[in-house]
Design a protein around this ligand. Structure first.
Ligand SMILES: Nc1ncnc2c1ncn2[C@@H]1O[C@H](COP(=O)(O)OP(=O)(O)O)[C@@H](O)[C@H]1O
Ligand SMILES: [Mg+2]
Length: 254
């Protein structure tokens, strides 16, 4: 793996029975990039993210994170890499019976050997980092808005001070103002914490304002990758329809 590459995916394939969802993907991500993975609903974005984190079994190919090939990693290496990667899931982001603070403490309890007081302090600091107050910390997920839920999920993904942040649809289901705030938060966190961010999104505003590079998936394969203007110049029917459609124009990307 070359110096500043933190993710290297090679000819990755993932299938569910006879249905191959990820069909031979290869790409690299360098330190400090914010890569946006775009593709129609059902194109395999979530499956790819989960496979990259070792949560789903691949049928072939390899995933290398921070110099460690996941399939060859020892349990200790897997655990170390797991601690370097923070993940925000698309659905079921938070444990409903735990307070916001307890949700953020959860990965620490799993990975660290600290005291309750330390976990609480760090959790409050992480909640502060994503814009929540100490008063919010004892609320339950059912008591907060969609935008706050996404923030807490990001705070939990940051619990172990990861190097790489994986986000699955961080703005889905939010109104444009709340989505814009999440976009700003992702940019700020990337800069301040020196993160590499890999995010699945079909939010054109996020792709335009947050991502430094875009990887476009269609039918389980990469059809284009590059900066926004490269993607816009690409002749592919789905990309054309997507980026030139109503929503694309609304996001003023062209
Ligand atoms: N656990 C699973 N078992 C069987 N099929 C699945 C499973 N998870 C996802 N799929 C299928 O894989 C395809 C890609 O899904 P997904 O990655 O969730 O799409 P996206 O996140 O791009 O909307 C879909 O056809 C979906 O039905
Ligand atoms: Mg998805």
């Amino acid at each position: 793996m070359e110096g500043d590459e933190v993710i290297k995916v090679s000819d990755l394939r993932v299938a569910f029975g006879p249905h191959e969802v990820v069909r031979g993907l290869s790409f690299k991500v360098r330190r400090g990039e914010i890569v946006g993975l775009v593709g129609a609903s059902g194109s395999g974005k979530t499956v790819l993210l989960r496979t990259m984190l070792g949560l789903l079994r691949k049928s072939s190919g390899s995933v290398e994170i921070m110099g460690v090939r996941l399939e060859q990693a020892t349990p200790a290496e897997s655990r170390r890499i797991g601690g370097r990667c923070g993940m925000m899931f698309q659905q079921g982001a938070l444990f409903s019976s735990l307070t916001l603070r307890e949700n953020v403490e959860f990965p620490m309890r799993e990975y660290l050997h600290g005291s309750d007081a330390m976990y609480a302090d760090v959790a409050l600091a992480k909640l502060g980092m994503v814009g929540l107050s100490i008063e919010d910390a004892d609320k339950l997920p059912s008591e907060i808005s969609g935008g706050m839920t996404k923030r807490v999920a990001i705070a939990r993904a940051l619990a172990l001070d990861p190097d790489i942040l994986f986000l699955d649809e961080p703005t889905s289901g939010l109104d444009p103002i709340a989505a814009g705030e999440i976009d700003r938060l992702i940019r700020t966190l990337q800069r301040v914490l020196n993160l590499t961010v890999f995010m699945a999104t079909h939010d054109l505003n996020s792709l335009k304002s947050v991502c430094t590079r875009i990887i476009a998936l269609y039918d389980g394969r990469i059809v284009a990758q590059g900066a926004m203007h490269d993607i816009l110049a690409f002749e592919h029917p789905w990309l054309r329809a997507y980026f030139q459609g109503e929503r694309g124009r609304a996001a003023q990307i062209s």
